[in-house]
Design a protein around this ligand. Structure first.
Ligand code: AMP
Ligand code: GLY
Length: 449
């Protein structure tokens, strides 16, 4: 057949030329994305903006302020990538996808309107209510008087959420009604987050264990990728203040088959159908923050705490080390609308990621500390030290953020072995003030999962 021959030739040409990819962002998540993309036979080059010292060892880095959508557009015009991958939530909320798509680029990441599932708590709560997705009872307030009135309808503790993006600082769990009113007041004035909020959400407190569930969406279909568990508190045993995430793990056994199916159909696919029906197709990663609320009979009732419209950090580091499917195939399926044909394969067993953070994080910390021991942990198929906040200073790699490294390992034997490998690697690395949790995965190990 002549058509066949032409198709074959075109396929070979595409294979030979490959797809140049531009990744926007510069944390541990983006290092893991760059690492996974570099393993794809179909990717010809990876450029990352702004990247970090670890990313620079495997991709060309270009300067970029990720909040500068116009600069991202100008960079794309210079680089002419075949695919742009947007890592963090802020450029998505600012419409980076819309701008790049309007300029003719293919983009992995939702449009500004679709990213409202993350960038507006009010939108997300109302969306869940419209589409029957189980979530905590809530009230939306635009004045402090409304908060004072509505809070009486909630028992304590009660959760107060700022509407907009707040880098993990926009949620306050108030032990009393007074505290809730005070937190809401500080959200309205800007005292809490530095910018004044126009709306807050009061929400019923849900007890239980948290789970991060990731699905790939192409506007029509949601395909499950994996579940992971993050460790948000800075201290061992889940104590101390909240952070961006101090470690994560992913195992096959985190989700029973019934739960995986339920989260896929009742949550992720319901979101995709609902967004499509509202004229805002959702393409990209849907990260469902789930609370497994215990029932009296020992089973759990899964409820959605929040959506994020991007990969999680540090969940992504753990998940991508387990991903067997070519990550470019996965991302292109979302862009091309072919997720229904995508097969997501993960290595059996488990993976774990342990974050090395600067001393004092999540409060004040010092940057510029020399990191030693990195050369003693060469990247292998099973252990990779992803860089989160690092920079190069001459020959040295120095700390440049609160979360510094994401030491990640995978093992077919299971979580215990993955953790042992990650901690063995961590033991070789040091910098002044370095802190890390020694109990990542503790719940799963304790429960024999
Ligand atoms: P969110 O940004 O909505 O995920 O909230 C951040 C964190 O606050 C979550 O990961 C939970 O640990 C906690 N949280 C949020 N909403 C609730 C809730 N309704 N009940 C209990 N904890 C919550
Ligand atoms: N690990 C939580 C987040 O990425 O928001």
């Amino acid at each position: 057949m002549p058509g066949w021959g032409l198709g074959r030739i075109l396929l070979v040409m595409v294979n030979e030329t490959g797809v140049p990819v531009l990744v926007i962002g510069g944390g541990g998540r983006e290092h893991a994305l760059v690492w996974a993309l570099r393993r794809s036979a179909r990717v010809s080059e990876v450029v990352c903006a702004p990247g970090n010292a670890g990313i620079a060892a495997m991709a060309r880095c270009e300067p970029l302020e990720v909040t500068d959508v116009a600069a991202a557009g100008a960079l794309a015009e210079r680089e002419r990538p075949g695919l742009v991958v947007i890592g963090p939530e802020v450029p998505l909320a600012l419409g980076a996808t819309d701008a790049l798509e309007a300029a003719g680029f293919r983009v992995f990441g939702p449009t500004r309107a679709a990213a409202r599932l993350e960038s507006s708590k009010v939108f997300a709560k109302e969306f869940m209510e419209r589409h029957g997705i189980p979530t905590a009872r809530s009230a939306r307030c635009v004045t402090i008087e409304e908060v004072e009135e509505a809070v009486r309808g909630f028992s304590v503790p009660v959760v107060v959420k700022a509407d907009g993006l707040a880098a993990g600082k926009g949620v306050v769990i108030a032990e009393t009604h007074r505290q809730a009113v005070q937190a809401a007041g500080e959200m309205f004035t800007g005292a809490l987050l530095g910018q004044a909020e126009t709306e807050v959400v009061l929400e019923e407190f849900l007890p239980g264990e948290e789970l991060s569930f990731f699905a790939l969406c192409d506007g029509k279909t949601a395909v499950p990728i994996a579940a992971a568990q993050d460790h948000k508190r800075v201290g061992e045993g889940d104590t101390g203040p909240n952070t961006g995430g101090m470690g994560a793990y992913s195992t096959d056994t985190l989700l029973g088959g019934g739960m995986r199916q339920w989260l896929t159909t009742k949550v992720a696919q319901t979101v995709v159908d609902g967004m499509a029906a509202e004229g805002v197709p959702f393409r990209g990663i849907l990260f469902c923050g789930i609370m497994l609320v215990p029932r009296a009979d020992g089973t759990v009732n899964p409820m959605v705490l929040e959506f994020n419209t991007r990969w999680g950090d540090p969940e992504t580091e753990a998940i991508l080390l387990r991903l067997e499917t070519d990550v470019l195939d996965l991302m292109e399926a979302a862009v091309n609308g072919t997720a229904d044909q995508l097969e997501v394969r993960m290595k059996p067993g488990a993976s774990a990621c342990v974050i090395a953070a600067s001393g004092g994080y999540p409060g004040k910390y010092r940057s510029g500390e020399v990191i030693s021991g990195l050369r003693d942990v060469p990247a292998t198929e099973e252990v990779v030290v992803f860089h989160a906040g690092t920079a190069r200073r001459g020959e040295e790699v120095v700390t440049a953020g609160g979360r510094v490294l994401a030491v990640t390992a995978v093992s077919e034997q299971g979580l215990k072995e993955a953790l042992e490998k990650a901690y063995a690697a961590m033991g070789k690395i040091s910098f002044a003030g370095m802190q890390y949790r020694r109990d990542i995965g503790w719940r799963a190990l304790a429960a024999g999962r």
